[in-house]
Ligand binder design. Structure first.
Ligand SMILES: [Zn+2]
Length: 393
């Protein structure tokens, strides 16, 4: 009986305190927070309440302790509830999550338990901006025109590897980017991922970096698309598959939950043609696979030993514009690239440029597309078919 009275006393105290301080209604500030943050905030709220109660009654103290220690997780989930003032679309979506749907346990399909365990209600509801449809005249992107002419740029580094070679990992490049907080995208060959699994997982996990698909063994798609068989498709899909295998390995190796993996894309989101060559069929195949193909508008020419660090920096600084995509190499074939980075990155920052990954760049403006693949002018890469053939050897 004593405990019942205590509980009633405690609950009514909390209600009064809530009314006085509104500290029990942290929904608004929690809505965009992660679950961890929510738990932290919920804990702070509880502690605040308890400290304000400051009762000498032993039972109240015990009950207070229970509230602080036990139901943090529950409170955090409750705090994730939706704020009252919702836009009409969100209201509609919430109406789709009615009681019957949420609490139904005898469904023939799926698992409500898994759904609840992996996503909060807020995450399931999604965001209005996700409805946006992006249309490009073609799937072949050279740069973007940024919204509000923002000074943004994407650095890209290719990690190419053919059948009979094991190419390198240019640590000096990655270390510089990490040290100076510069975002970048690595176009990674599937075979490169296979021979550098640990480095691939490091790049994958790093919040500064994104991985794109650069074909399995650097196949020349313009030649492969004319051949019988599935070699062209395999170059693309094996690489997507290898990425997924390593992504799973990353999650197991580091023993992290899928919640922690949520910002690491399930598959590479964009593709770069080896040798920068393509044809109608390969462009169509990539469009069918849902992969935008990313070229460039600034060529560092870093696979040439003659291209000095100063020349690379000069080329970048002379040609860069808002929305540019810069191509270089981080597989050992960017001979002077690492030395060039300190010569142009601080200068670009001084000019007000911000570095983004390719996917971030694509979300920040209108894509500038082309109908054919070229280095700097249409028709300027025809020699590669003669020089490299299928490109994989
Ligand atoms: Zn390449």
């Amino acid at each position: 009986m004593k405990l019942f009275q205590t509980t009633i006393y405690l609950l009514s105290s909390i209600v009064i305190l809530c009314i006085l301080t509104t500290s029990c209604f942290p929904t608004k500030r929690i809505i965009n927070s992660s679950v961890e943050e929510s738990i932290q905030i919920a804990q702070q709220d509880h502690e605040q309440i308890i400290s304000k109660l400051k009762s000498n009654d032993k039972h109240i103290q015990q009950e207070s302790k229970n509230i602080v220690e036990k139901p943090i997780q529950i409170t955090a989930q409750k705090s994730e509830q939706i704020p009252k003032k919702l836009k009409s679309t969100e209201k509609f979506i919430i109406s789709q999550f009615g009681e019957n749907t949420i609490h139904k346990s005898n469904s023939t399909f799926g698992s409500q338990t898994i759904l609840n365990a992996c996503w909060t209600k807020t995450q399931l509801i999604g965001k209005l901006k996700e409805k946006k449809i992006q249309r490009h005249k073609s799937n072949l992107i050279r740069r973007i025109i940024p919204d509000q002419n923002k000074k943004i740029v994407a650095l890209t580094f290719d990690l190419c590897e053919r059948t009979k070679e094991r190419t390198g990992y240019d640590a000096a490049i990655v270390n510089y980017l990490r040290e100076h907080g510069v975002k970048a995208t690595f176009y990674t060959g599937g075979k490169w991922m296979h021979s550098h699994p640990d480095k691939t997982m490091q790049l994958m996990a790093d919040p500064q970096f994104e991985i794109g698909n650069h074909a399995w063994t650097h196949g020349n798609m313009r030649v492969l698309e004319k051949l019988e068989g599935k070699e062209m498709e395999e170059q693309i899909l094996w690489t997507q598959g290898k990425y997924q295998v390593l992504r799973n390995e990353l999650s197991q190796k580091c023993n992290v939950s899928e919640n922690e993996m949520v910002n690491i894309p399930q598959i590479p989101m964009t593709f770069r043609f080896p040798y920068g060559t393509c044809g109608t069929k390969s462009l169509q195949a990539l469009a069918n696979f849902g992969l935008p193909t990313i070229q460039w508008d600034v060529v560092t020419a870093d696979p040439s030993r003659k291209q000095s660090a100063k020349a690379i920096a000069r080329t970048v600084l002379h040609n860069v514009k808002p929305g540019s995509i810069i191509i270089s190499h981080a597989n050992g074939r960017g001979y002077n690239t690492a030395k060039a980075l300190p010569l142009f990155i601080p200068e670009l920052r001084k000019r007000g440029y911000q570095f983004m990954t390719v996917s971030e760049l694509l979300n920040s403006g209108q894509a500038v597309t082309a109908n054919t693949c070229y280095e700097l002018k249409p028709g300027d890469n025809k020699k590669y078919d003669r020089l490299f053939g299928k490109g994989t050897e």
